[in-house]
Write a protein that binds this ligand. Structure first.
Ligand code: 8YV
Length: 322
């Protein structure tokens, strides 16, 4: 039987590309720029599977009215707010994602951002590189102590809980959280985390607020000017979830006026464009590195391959989201 045709929209780790190329007639995009929505729409009639990433936009408009040749989208990532899963379902297309394998590295990055923002690491490095450091002095670049402080998690899922473990066991932080869905008692027991009954309650109490909810329409600008105003003036906001969860202009305004102390961001609405207002703040800004380690990116790719293999063997793909 001829090999199934699959399209991988960006370059993936070599061991994954090798595995996919062995099993499938794989087109590996080599230009390393995101595909346009038009090009993705056209691919639906040419490929049995498409493997997109967060840099590919698949809104309802790209999906064909009739079930196309493409039957499965093997998304490289746990977040899939860039894919309209209702439209995919209506077109008879299965969507899978890559949960769990990236929780540790994404949580590590949340903690990195927390520490960088609290200890003003980016500001300090910029000063040193610019040759502006005037030497040690007792009042120079004073930051915030996170040990023993309160770590507030919005979205107590896999990544949020993994970040909470690091904050609690590594830094003795008290963990509080809000999640829209019930959380198993054993999950909060791991970090003695205390549930709060609203987002607002977490924002008011936490010294560090770490965002771990999905993106998309439901959480669009969930952290807006009104909610930022509820945070302590000493607090730090960390976002490794999705850019659209935060109103970036409101955040830049809050940082500019000092109504919160700092922010650490890995994700942006409309990335890779960063709102200019944000560039003028003290926020720590990273280029969406949450899962960017060799081990994790390979594991993510292998998980996509496992899902495709299961689907084409007539089995339920283990990580189907739609
Ligand atoms: C991925 C992520 O690398 O998995 C996610 O949801 O945000 C990232 O860590 C990215 O989505 C690649 O598609």
């Amino acid at each position: 039987m001829a090999k199934r045709k699959i399209l991988v929209t960006r370059r993936w780790p070599k061991p994954v590309e090798d595995r996919l190329s062995e099993t499938y007639d794989a087109t590996l995009n080599s230009d390393d720029v995101p595909m346009s929505s038009e090009a993705i729409a056209a691919a639906f009639s040419d490929y049995d599977a498409i493997c997109p990433t967060v840099s590919d936009k698949l809104p309802a408009g790209v999906f064909p009215a009739e079930t196309p040749r493409t039957r499965i989208l093997g998304n490289f990532g746990v977040g899939f707010s860039h894919i309209d899963t209702d439209a995919a379902g209506a077109a008879g297309i299965v969507v899978t994602n890559t949960p769990d394998v990236l929780s540790e590295c994404t949580a590590d990055l949340a903690i990195t951002l927390m520490l960088m923002a609290a200890r003003r690491a980016s500001e300090g490095e910029r000063e040193v590189r610019a040759g502006d450091w005037a030497g040690w002095r007792p009042t120079h670049m004073i930051g915030t102590k996170v040990s023993g402080a309160t770590f507030g998690v919005l979205g107590f899922g896999r990544i949020g809980r993994t970040a909470a473990k690091r904050a609690h066991h590594g830094f003795g932080m008290k963990v509080i959280y809000y999640d829209a869905f019930p959380v198993k008692p054993e999950f909060s027991a791991e970090t003695r985390a205390e549930a709060r009954d609203s987002i607002e309650a977490v924002l008011r109490e936490a010294d560090v607020v770490s965002l771990h909810m999905p993106g998309g329409r439901e959480n669009y600008h969930l952290i807006n000017a009104e909610r930022l105003a509820m945070m302590k003036p000493t607090a730090i906001l960390v976002n490794t979830a999705r850019g659209e969860v935060v109103d970036a202009n409101a955040l830049a305004d809050a940082l500019g006026r000092g109504t919160i102390a700092g922010a650490g961001l890995d994700v942006y609405e409309g990335e890779p464009t960063i709102p200019p207002a944000l560039l003028r703040t003290n926020a720590v800004l990273l280029p969406h590195l949450g899962s960017a380690t060799k081990a994790t990116r390979e594991a993510m790719g292998m998980m996509v391959a496992d899902n495709l293999d299961a689907f084409f063997a007539g089995r339920e793909p283990p990580n189907r989201v739609a």
